[in-house]
Write a protein that binds this ligand. Structure first.
Ligand code: PLP
Length: 397
C-alpha cells in the first residue's frame, strides 16, 4: 500500500522558472481534492455520482469562460496547451476550402512549430514572419503575407515563453479580419498576466494551459469562436459536444476553473501584476548593474510582468543553471523542453541575438509567490557566480 514513489524535493528553494510551470495554489488544490478522492463519477454517467461530476465540469466551464471572456459553449477542455495548439491547427484546416498557406512567426512554441512542420510535409506552405532584435513582429511583412488569397490560417503566440515579449494581438486580429483569415492565438503565457477578452478582440481560437497560472498540469482549453468550422482533433466519444473525445479530467478541470477564477480576480486588482513586475525589474536592474557584459533579450516596453531573459556574454547557459541550482535557485535556458541541448534557442536566433550572448542567455520567470528576499538572495549570488564562471569556463566566441 505504501510503495508510492517518494518525492525528495528539497525546500526551501528559490523558484524563478514560472514560465515552465507554476506552483499549484492551495485553494486550487483544495477545490480539486473531492474529485480525486470521493466524487469520482464519470460525467457521462446518468447516475448521481456521474451527475455530480458533470455539474463540477459545467461549473468550471463557466469560471473559465468568464476568465477568457467567451461563451461557455465556446470552451473545449483539452489535456493542456500542446493539445489545444494542435487541435486549433488541425481542427480548422479541413474547413478552409483547400487553402494551403499558414502564416506564423519565427518565435513560436514547439507546440505550434512542430505540428506546422508536420503540416509542411503534408503539402502546406508555412510562412514564418520574422521579428527584430527586440522580438517585435515585422508588421509590414505580415501585412504582405496576409494579402495572399491562399492563406488558410494564422497562428501566433501572444506572450513569448522565453522572452516575455507581447505581440500586438489586436492589430493582428484586425488584419486577419480584413483578409477573412482564421486567427489562432497561443495565449498559454498570456493567461493570468494579460486580460484575454477573447470575444471582443476578434480572435477565432485561443489556447491556454492551467499549470501556467497556478492550476494543475495536464489540463487546458481551446476556445473556438461560435461560427468557426471546427473538426475534432481527438475522436473517440461525444464529449465536449462531439468536438473532443475522451472522459473528462474532472479533478483537473475543477482545478482549472478554480485557477481561472482566482487569476481573474488578481488581474482585476492590478496590484498583483505590479508587484511581480517591480520584483522582476529589481532583479533585472540589479543584474545589469552588477554583472559586466550582461544584456536583456526582448523588448522591455512590451513584456509580460514576470519574465526577464538575460544574456551573459561568453558563457554557456547550462553552466550558469547548474551553479544556480547548487544555490537552490531554479531558472531556465529558453524553453524547458530544449534544456539539455547546447543549441541556443530558435527564439533568440530569430531575434538575431549575437551567438556569444545567445549561448549564455538565462530566463528568470517570477510569480506572485516570489518574495523580495528571494530576489535579494538571487542578486547576492549571481555576480559572484558569473565572475567565477568567466574565470574558469570562458567560451571564446
Ligand atoms: C507559449 C506556450 N505554448 C504552449 C505550451 C504548451 O503547454 P503545455 O505544457 O500545457 O502542453 C507552452 C508551455 O510551455 C507555452 O509556453
Amino acid at each position: 500500500m505504501n510503495d508510492y514513489r517518494k518525492c525528495d524535493i528539497i525546500l526551501p528553494m528559490i523558484y524563478l522558472d514560472n514560465n515552465a510551470t507554476t506552483q499549484i495554489a492551495p485553494e486550487v488544490l483544495h477545490a480539486m481534492m473531492p474529485y480525486l478522492e470521493k466524487a469520482y463519477g464519470n460525467p457521462s454517467s446518468v447516475h448521481q455520482a456521474g451527475q455530480e461530476a458533470r455539474h463540477a465540469v459545467e461549473e468550471a466551464r463557466y469560471q473559465v469562460a468568464e476568465f477568457i471572456g467567451c461563451r461557455p459553449a465556446e470552451i473545449l477542455f483539452t489535456s493542456g496547451g500542446t493539445e489545444a495548439d494542435n487541435a486549433a491547427l488541425m481542427g480548422v484546416l479541413p474547413g478552409r476550402a483547400g487553402k494551403k498557406t499558414i502564416i506564423t512567426s519565427g518565435v513560436e512554441h514547439s507546440a505550434v512549430r512542430e505540428p506546422l512542420s508536420y503540416l509542411a510535409k503534408q503539402g502546406y506552405r508555412i510562412i514564418e514572419i520574422g521579428v527584430d532584435t527586440s522580438g517585435r513582429l515585422d508588421m509590414p511583412a505580415f501585412r504582405a503575407a496576409l494579402a495572399d488569397p491562399d492563406v488558410a490560417l494564422l497562428s501566433l503566440i501572444w506572450a513569448n515563453n522565453e522572452t516575455g515579449v507581447v505581440f500586438d494581438i489586436d492589430a493582428v486580429a484586425a488584419l486577419a479580419r480584413e483578409h477573412r483569415v482564421i486567427f489562432h492565438v497561443d495565449a498559454v503565457q498570456a493567461a493570468g498576466k494579460i486580460p484575454l477578452q477573447f470575444s471582443s478582440r476578434g480572435v477565432d481560437l485561443l489556447s491556454i494551459s492551467a499549470h501556467k497560472f497556478h492550476g494543475p498540469k495536464g489540463v487546458g482549453v481551446l476556445a473556438v469562436r461560435r461560427g468557426v468550422a471546427f473538426y475534432p482533433f481527438i475522436r473517440g466519444g461525444p464529449q465536449e459536444r462531439d468536438r473532443r473525445g475522451g472522459t473528462e479530467n474532472v479533478a483537473g478541470i475543477v482545478g482549472l476553473g478554480a485557477a481561472a477564477a482566482r487569476a481573474a480576480g488578481r488581474l482585476a486588482d492590478g496590484g498583483n501584476i505590479q508587484r511581480i513586475a517591480s520584483l522582476r525589474d529589481k532583479l533585472e536592474a540589479g543584474i545589469l548593474r552588477s554583472v559586466p557584459e550582461s544584456f536583456v533579450n526582448g523588448d522591455p516596453m512590451s513584456r509580460t510582468c514576470n519574465t526577464t531573459n538575460i544574456g551573459f556574454s561568453s558563457l554557456e547557459a547550462e553552466a550558469i543553471l547548474i551553479l544556480l541550482n547548487q544555490h537552490e535557485i531554479c531558472a531556465s535556458a529558453g524553453a524547458a523542453c530544449s534544456s539539455g541541448s547546447l543549441e541556443p534557442s530558435h527564439v533568440l536566433k530569430a531575434m538575431g541575438i549575437a551567438e556569444k550572448i545567445a549561448h549564455g542567455s538565462v530566463r528568470f520567470s517570477l510569480s506572485e509567490f516570489t518574495t523580495e528576499s528571494e530576489i535579494d538572495q538571487t542578486l547576492h549570488v549571481i555576480p559572484q557566480l558569473i565572475a567565477r564562471l568567466r574565470q574558469v569556463l570562458p567560451v571564446g566566441r
